[in-house]
Design a protein around this ligand. Structure first.
Ligand code: NAP
Ligand code: HSE
Length: 428
């Protein structure tokens, strides 16, 4: 039996789950993998803090150098979060010949070039399966099971917190605030949940996914982002009436050297498999040139699902044959040959409050026509001269044309305000 000594950086939600699996499943991991994983240190900020996990407090240290300088430590597993000092700690460890496992999508998405270089130059492993979609083995699938494909598109529900919030608002009529509170209690949300609800967490994950899928570095800054904090229960109800559900989708498409990457609330048909992904579950739907459509589904957040992916990485990190470095140019500069599209095409749902009087609808329709945006349906509910909601769904239209249309209709006599704009993806 091979023994490997490990240090955990952090023992909160994810680190705690990893500790539990490595400790409680010691015998079965030994039996299946021929491996004894021994946790020698656990780095924390505060060694005296009360903790919900039962483990020997002698493992705790608040001194990173103790771990760095211990040559017995072969694998360092980072579950602290944030950029600094996580990035520096990981690079220092790799320079000392230690392989690194991390759940930190922000640091991978923003500093992958430095981390990838440190791993490659020092001949060690850098593993980050738990950073994307929690327990779903999506990165291993992309690295090792889809080489026979050009990947054309990715559609992902890759943030558990927002999917949990939208599901509870849709199914139980919960308020946004109540659902967010529950997501925090369940350990799904990031320490600062703004990253979840405003879509940034999903952009980090999409940057990693799209880079591996399209074999090109997709920088976070190139991803259009809009979160769910503006989604109102009214739109959730109207979406249901139209046969849709609203999901925060991360979308990536590649056509030649043109890449389209965006994260935003999206109406999808309630019959699509992604529509039935509820709660903190995630799913990634990929279209490959050979395999066609493929969907991976599982828990995308939370202690044990995320720890499942992390433990798999720790086991992989014990064998140099599993070390992988990106074959695409992994630099901070975007390759000049790549073109990032900001004028994609999709359908649009637009809710506008208008005065209910003759000519208002005609003037609105004229503006859509002037901007080459074709209307699929219009629904007006109620009859009140002072204010009624109009719900307009368009055929496929260009993003920039729709934005210009919205600006133009805001200025029309009879239009009170544009309440919401949600993109519609009918052709996933
Ligand atoms: P968490 O519960 O807040 O735990 C963070 C741990 O790191 C704590 O033990 C903390 O120490 C320690 N820590 C933080 N900063 C430190 C520092 N500067 N020096 C030493 N120790 C430090 O966080 P988490 O939810 O487990 O998330 C950890 C990482 O996993 C993040 O990158 C997150 O994005 C990622 N992730 C989380 C989930 C999830 O469902 N929660 C899923 C996938 C990925 P103290 O205990 O002393 O405070
Ligand atoms: N906060 C993240 C989420 C954790 O809700 O998906 C998993 O990465």
């Amino acid at each position: 039996m091979k023994t490997v000594k490990i240090a955990l950086l952090g023992i909160g939600n994810v680190g705690g789950g990893v500790y539990r699996i490595l400790n409680e499943d010691k015998a079965s991991i030994g039996h299946r993998e021929g491996l004894a994983c021994e946790i020698k240190y656990v780095l924390v900020r505060d060694v005296n803090k009360p903790r919900d996990l039962d483990f020997p407090k002698s493992l705790l240290t608040d001194d990173f150098n103790v771990i760095l300088d211990d040559d017995e430590i072969e694998i360092v597993a980072e579950f602290m979060g944030g950029i600094h000092p996580a990035k520096e700690y990981m690079i220092e460890c790799m320079k000392k010949g230690k392989s690194v496992v991390t759940a930190n999508k922000e640091v991978i998405a923003k500093h992958w070039p430095d981390l990838n270089r440190a791993a490659k130059e020092n001949g060690v492993g850098l593993f980050f399966e738990p950073s994307v979609a929690g327990g779903i083995p999506i990165l291993k699938t992309l690295w090792t099971s889809m080489q026979g494909n050009d990947i054309e598109s990715i559609y992902g529900i890759i943030n558990g917190t927002t999917n949990y919030i939208l599901s509870r608002m849709t199914d139980e009529g919960l308020t946004y605030e109540a659902a967010l509170n529950d997501a925090k209690k369940l350990g799904y949300a990031e320490p600062d949940p703004t990253n979840d609800v405003e879509g940034y967490d999903a952009t980090y994950k999409l940057s990693i996914l799209a880079s591996l899928a399209f074999h090109a570095k997709v920088p976070v800054e190139k991803i259009y982002v809009e979160g769910i904090s503006g989604i109102s229960p009214i739109d959730i109800d109207y979406a249901k009436e139209l046969g849709y559900v609203i999901k925060l989708l991360a979308i990536g498409k590649k056509n030649g050297e043109t890449i389209e990457v965006r994260v935003h609330p999206t109406m999808i048909k309630k019959t699509h498999p992604l529509a039935s992904v509820n709660g903190a579950y995630n799913a990634v739907f990929i279209k490959g040139s050979a395999v066609g459509g493929l969907m991976l589904y599982g828990q995308g957040a939370g202690r044990m699902p995320t720890a499942s992916a992390a433990v798999s990485d720790i086991i992989s990190a014990t064998n140099p044959a599993n070390f992988k470095y990106t074959t695409f140019e992994n630099t901070y500069e975007t390759p000049k040959c790549l073109n990032f599209k900001n004028d994609w095409e999709c359908g649009y749902y637009i809710r506008v409050s208008v005065h209910d009087r003759p000519g208002v609808l005609a003037s609105l329709a004229a503006v859509f026509g002037q901007h080459m945006v074709s209307i699929q349906s219009v629904i007006q509910t109620g009859q009140r001269e002072d204010q009624v909601p109009l719900r307009i769904v368009t055929h496929l239209a260009k993003e920039q044309s729709v934005k210009q249309t919205i600006e133009a209709i805001k200025a029309l006599d009879g239009v009170i305000q544009v309440d919401s704009l949600i993109r519609v993806e009918d052709d996933i």
